[in-house]
Design a protein around this ligand. Structure first.
Ligand SMILES: Cc1cc2nc3c(=O)[nH]c(=O)nc-3n(C[C@H](O)[C@H](O)[C@H](O)COP(=O)(O)O)c2cc1C
Length: 472
């Protein structure tokens, strides 16, 4: 079990980056993090974003619960001005776990409370919330829907990994039905209804989620799906285009954003305790991955993602959050880690390579779309040097917003700390121990899902939950 993060200074980290031939950049001047940004009609007061971080702590019928409100109060009080609300399902069958948020008429008053409490906490902490933007991620979990997988095409690598019958261990095979075109078409009004409700609740923007191989992300890769939603690039982007166009026309005052994969890569497998992940077997051409070279699926190909970002900008999408990988199958790509969660392998690459991949691909796209605000991901691995990198990336126009995922659970007030003291409280810096992911993957309580948070650094609340979760 190799460990990598042994840096005692920024200079040591920079030296390692150079040894690895990476283009990680750092700056001691963190001023760029506090630049305000115009996002469509919204003025966002700084360049710090809290990434969507599901707490898996809603009620069984999809309402937020006490821990959910608490999380958004902490995010609000933390000083970051772009708060990207978590995955919220647009229809019940699309939830990824039994405690995922669901948006409908019944849950809307409670989603409104999230916005209200988040804004209030922000005002109490920093004075004004005029320049705070809060969004909601609208999702359909597709093949990762917890009641049953809802798949858009036959993926020769992912299908055999997904169990559809726990008693027999049967996985998705050729007899498993694909979602039909009618079902997909009928999702458009559901997304529009969700957007209308989100707008009524006071969210400033909605995210039409196209990342991490949930449904709209899977469709981008559906090269082998027949019919109007598969095959050509135009067809693979059809459903997202119909959703974005309908929301823009029916809820014109709402800002539309998207979190999108720009590189799927191919699934990795966990072969033995303590072993590095290994790529699953593949054959060229790989026709089941988006943003990925067909002849070499370890390498990104941004041609299609760049084209689609340009098209979405024309449709009025005002903000794009760049991500990659798959949290169930390509963990090191989505979130470079030091310690793997229990369902994952040890990292097959130096985690700095993963961080560099995030920054490089986002940087190439930001260069191509200099006017479009992009949010970067994959920062938490850099621990106390996260914001030196973020400031350099903004300075060099490689990104507009620095997005903070796991570290926002251990230290939701990173923006205030930086603003007030110029540095972070080292005792609460996320060390990528992966407890949060381990909790997300723990399902053996009466609700079928444990809440996810940060046991080491948000101890009082999450350590007792972790004590229960780790029993299995
Ligand atoms: C507990 C947990 C919950 C997450 N929830 C979401 C989510 O709701 N939507 C989403 O797009 N990504 C989600 N992610 C991914 C993060 O937003 C982020 O992309 C990832 O952790 C990498 O960023 P980081 O290195 O800053 O952590 C989640 C990750 C974790 C660990």
């Amino acid at each position: 079990m190799a460990r990598y993060f042994k840096f005692r200074s920024l200079a040591e980290l920079e030296a390692e980056s150079r040894n690895l031939g990476l283009d990680l950049r750092f700056s001691d001047d963190i001023g760029p993090l506090f630049r305000s940004v115009q996002v469509g009609p919204l003025r966002v007061g700084n360049s710090l974003c809290i990434q969507p971080m599901e707490g898996c702590d809603g009620t069984l019928d999809g309402h937020p619960d006490e821990l959910t409100y608490r999380r958004y109060r902490r995010f609000g009080a933390g000083g970051a001005k772009l708060i990207w609300g978590e995955a919220t399902a647009v229809v019940p069958e699309a939830r990824a776990n039994p405690r995922q948020l669901l948006i409908n008429e019944r849950t809307a008053p409670d989603l409104e409370r999230i916005v209200r409490e988040c804004r209030q906490a922000h005002r109490e902490a920093v004075g004004s919330d005029d320049d705070l933007a809060i969004g909601l991620q609208l999702t359909h979990s597709g093949r990762y829907s917890y009641q049953k997988p809802l798949i858009a095409f036959r993926d020769p690598i992912l299908d055999p990994r997904i169990v559809v019958d726990k008693s027999t261990g049967r996985t998705i095979d050729d007899s498993y039905p694909l979602l039909d075109d009618d079902y997909l078409k009928r999702l458009v009004p559901h997304y529009v209804a969700a957007a209308k409700l989100a707008h009524r609740c006071g969210f400033h923007f909605v995210d039409i989620k196209q990342c991490h191989r949930y449904l709209l992300s899977e469709l981008l890769a559906a090269k082998t799906r027949p019919g109007p939603y598969g095959g050509s690039l135009e067809n693979r982007t059809r459903l997202a285009r119909e959703i974005i166009t309908a929301i823009r026309s029916e809820v014109p005052d709402l800002v539309v954003a998207t979190r999108m994969n720009v590189f799927d890569c191919i699934p990795y497998r966990h072969i033995a305790e303590g072993a590095a992940g290994e790529p699953c077997a593949w054959e060229a051409p790989v026709r089941s991955a988006w943003g990925t070279r067909e002849d070499n699926p370890f390498e990104p190909d941004l041609t299609e993602p760049a084209w689609w970002i340009g098209e979405m900008a024309k449709l009025g999408v005002a903000l794009v959050n760049i991500s990659m990988g798959n949290p169930y199958a390509v963990m090191h790509v989505i979130r470079p880690f030091e310690y793997p969660p229990p369902d994952a392998y040890e990292t097959p690459e130096h985690p700095l390579i993963g961080v560099d991949r995030h920054f490089r691909l986002a940087g190439q796209l930001q260069e191509q779309f200099p006017q479009l605000p992009l949010v970067g991901s994959g920062y938490s691995y850099l621990q106390e040097y996260t914001f030196n990198a973020g400031a350099a990336n903004i300075r060099d126009r490689r990104i507009t917003f620095v997005g903070v995922g796991r570290a926002s659970l251990s230290m939701p007030d990173f923006a205030l700390q930086l603003q007030q003291t110029g540095k972070l409280d080292r005792k609460r810096v996320c060390r990528t121990f992966s407890y949060c992911t381990a909790m997300m993957r723990s399902k053996h309580n009466e609700l079928g899902q444990f809440a996810a948070g940060c046991p080491p650094f948000d101890k009082e609340v999450y350590m007792p939950i972790w004590e229960q979760a780790k029993k299995k």
